[in-house]
Structures are given as C-alpha cells and as structure tokens.
Design a binder for this molecule. Structure first.
Ligand code: SF4
Length: 441
C-alpha cells in the first residue's frame, strides 16, 4: 500500500463510529455488523449537534431530509416526531440509515466534519426508523391506478408516496423475491433482510399490491400496463452487471457480481476455502469481497487506480480491511488465465505521473480459484423491450419518458445510483404522476 493510501485512510479511522460486531464474529456470519444505538447512545450523540442556523447537512442530503430538526427531536427523546420529520422527505429511513453514503452526503457536509467529529446522522436515522412510530396513512381513494415496475427502493418509495396521494398501486416484480437490490444485492451483514420484509408487510397492510414473477417485457407487456392503468412507473434499477470482453471471461471460476451475489449474498451455501480476487473499487466490489470472506475465502481486491479514487464508502473500506481483505492498487485487468478453470488473473501495472494514470503494460498476475468481476452495472433492457409500444430503448428525461403516462424513477433516471437518490426520484415521479393525472381529468 502506498503512503498516500495510508494517510488517506487514517482520517477515516479517527471518525466517530457506531458500535460494531467484533471482527472474529463478523467474518463467520452474515449478521448485521452495525449494532445500532441504544436510546441513551442516540440521545447523547444527538446532543453533540450544534443546531446550526444554516445547516449544511440538509443540503448534503439528496432527499433534503431536515437533519437538524429530526436530530433535535432525538435530543429531547421524541422519536415519533423525529420519524415524522424524516418521512416528509424520505419514506424509507430503515434502508438509508443502513446503506447511505453518508461520508459524501449529510455527514460530509456537517460543520463538525472538518474536525473528524461529524454527527453520526446516518446512525441516528437508522435508530429513529427502529424506535419511532411510522405514521404515514393512505390518502382518500381517488379512483386512479398506477402500475409500478420493480419492487426495489424506488418502487417501494413510489408506492408509499402514491398511496399517500390516494392512488391504487400494483407493483410488478420480475423475481420470486420482493425488494430488488435490497433483497439480493446488498448482503445481510449490511442490511438485515428482516428490515426489508417488515417494510414490504407494512406496505401490503396499507394497500400496496405486489405481483411476483411478472417480468415486464415477457410475462407482462408494457402496452398492457399502459392500457390497464392510468399511469405506469418504471423503477427497474440497474441490477445487471456490465459485461466485459476481457479474454478468458468464460472460464470456470469467473463470475459477474450479479450472479455471485444472487447465489451467495445471503450466505447459507457452501463455497469452499478458495483464493479469490475481486475486480473493482465500488461498494459492490466490497460487498462481493466481504461475502467471499464470510464464505471462507482468502480475498484480494484489485483496483485500477489508487485508494483515494475508490468510489466505495470509506467506512466499508475500513470494515473490509478489518476483516482481513487484501488490497492491490493500480492494477488494470487484462485477462483470465488457466486451461478450463481459472488459475490466475492477469493485470497491467498502472503508474501515476503528474496526476495521470499511465498503463505501463507491465504484466502482473494474481493466483485465483475464483474471480468476481464488479466493474459496472446497467439496467436490464429486456424489462422494457419486446412490446409493441417500444421495441427500442425508451428515452428518459428526469422522471419523465417519451411515452405519455409512463414515468421513471431510481437508477433509470439520470444521476447517481444510490438508495437515497432512488427514494428522492420516486417522490418526484409520484408528484409528476399526480400532476399528469390531474391535467388529464
Ligand atoms: Fe448538527 Fe452538523 Fe447539521 Fe450543524 S451541520 S445542524 S452540527 S448535524
């Protein structure tokens, strides 16, 4: 590891942390590693907030949650009111309080961040989601029906927003399991699947109808939805790995992140003590590496730049290091080597010169029985293709599409691909759908 990487990491080790499961327990189980605050710990942490006049933490939140106001309610012990404040902007704090990239969002903007003492807003949000009483109610029925394609965070958040406005909502999910990326893509040690199940049950109780194994584009045509519903919301998410044409990608032992996480992300299956390499530097790469570690593998993450450029949450990076994952920086993947099975992954060495990354073409090899490729994601175009309406990619502009009555939310819309962005875009899409249907009257 380079000096620049070590200096970079030291800053994060110094920051306030939530209580964690001990490392030796973590690497043997898929239990959630962040233990969450007790009411006393939450009130104490909230008590550090300066209640700034012009709080930058709110500007840092993609959903514009009033962090200052909800933290004030935690300070005085009114957790129901705190939840009500959060839910005005973010209807799914049980997820964002666990998986948000807080370092670059609310906490990154907190005035105390410069001293490495940012208020633990994400942890407080998670606490409130578990201790406050959820208060949203379905609005008075308006007789209109909206179809939502995808049951991930954008689909769920849109269903809540639309039910609040009095719409009937039906959610069409391609997979047998509901929850999208929250169910299969984020491992259980980061997001307890009970939180996903509880949210889905809550939505069902409040009138959201879920249809499983209904892939739009095959089992269900988009044109049928457009005919049967007053509006359609596409919230399918980018749950598909971007393919690479690197030589040897077809070898046994080489997997894309989506196949790997769908098969092993929840644990409970035997894998064997293998030597594993994960290619990538984002949260998905770290998820794959930490799942492999829990399955008993020795794991190396290979990334083409140096550590400060890794797009993952830095807290995840620290957790991965604590769990014994090795990091090899400045390696660009070149090929997968071996007869039929993978034996080695070949890279070329990258050097940094005058802040530029130069491929030296010098070959480096890492031995591996298994390699998980996590270098990009895209949405499954077949989810919206193959209908008489489109047969081509639908153009999307913000939360609107080129088709009347068809809207978009989540990863499909322009912008960042995170859970909180998905929730924020779902709220916007619900407002657009309401405006569109009011105009149509
Ligand atoms: Fe509190 Fe930090 Fe927000 Fe100020 S910026 S109100 S200290 S959380």
């Amino acid at each position: 590891m380079l000096v620049v990487d070590i200096v970079y990491l030291l800053g994060f080790f110094m920051q306030t942390k939530m209580p964690l499961l001990p490392v030796d327990e973590r690497v043997k189980s898929f239990k959630e590693i962040e233990l969450g605050y007790s009411p006393e710990q939450a009130i104490k942490e909230a008590g550090r907030c300066l209640q700034c006049n012009d709080p930058p933490c709110i500007k840092g939140c993609p959903a514009k949650v009033n962090c200052k106001a909800f933290i004030e309610q935690v300070m005085i012990g009114d957790f129901d009111k705190a939840l009500e404040i959060i839910e005005e902007k973010n209807t799914l704090p049980c997820f964002t309080g666990r998986v948000c990239a807080e370092e670059t969002q609310c906490e990154g903007q907190c005035v105390l961040a410069k001293q490495k003492k940012a208020i633990a807003i994400k942890a407080l949000e998670r606490f409130v989601s578990g201790h406050g009483k959820n208060s949203w109610k379905p609005g008075k029925g308006n007789g209109k029906k909206v179809a939502i394609v995808g049951s991930g965070p954008a689909g769920m958040a849109a269903a809540i927003e639309l039910r609040k406005k009095g719409f009937e909502t039906e959610v069409f999910e391609a997979l047998p399991e509901l929850g999208g990326i929250l169910s299969w893509g984020i491992p259980g040690y980061r997001l307890d699947k009970k939180a996903v199940q509880q949210t889905i049950e809550e939505l069902k109780k409040k009138g959201v109808v879920f249809k499983r194994k209904q892939k739009v584009g095959s089992e269900k045509k988009l044109s049928e939805l457009v005919q049967d519903f007053d509006a359609v919301l596409l919230a399918i998410g980018e749950g598909k790995a971007k393919n690479t044409e690197l030589p040897g990608i077809e070898k046994q032992g080489v997997l894309y992140w989506d196949t790997f996480l769908q098969g092993f992300g929840a644990g409970g299956k035997s894998f064997g003590k293998k030597k594993a390499v994960v290619i990538g530097g984002g949260n998905t790469a770290l998820d794959c590496a930490r799942v492999l570690r829990r399955l008993g593998c020795s794991v190396t993450i290979a990334y083409r730049k140096n550590m400060p450029f890794m797009p993952c949450n830095k807290s995840e990076l620290i957790h991965a290091m604590e769990e014994g994952i090795e990091f090899r920086m400045q390696l660009k993947p070149k090929a997968f080597l071996g007869k039929d099975r993978l034996e080695k992954v070949a890279f070329t060495k990258i050097e940094i010169e005058k802040e530029k990354f130069i491929d030296t073409k010098e070959q480096k090899e890492l031995k591996a029985d298994v390699c998980v490729v996590a270098i990009g994601q895209e949405y499954d175009a077949t989810a919206v293709n193959g209908t008489e309406l489109d047969g081509k990619e639908i153009k999307i502009n913000g939360v609107k599409t080129e088709l009347w009555g068809v809207f978009a939310a989540g990863d499909l819309t322009n912008g960042e691909k995170t859970v909180v962005h998905a929730i924020a875009s779902a709220k916007k899409a619900a407002d657009e759908i309401e405006a569109y249907l009011n105009e149509k009257k």
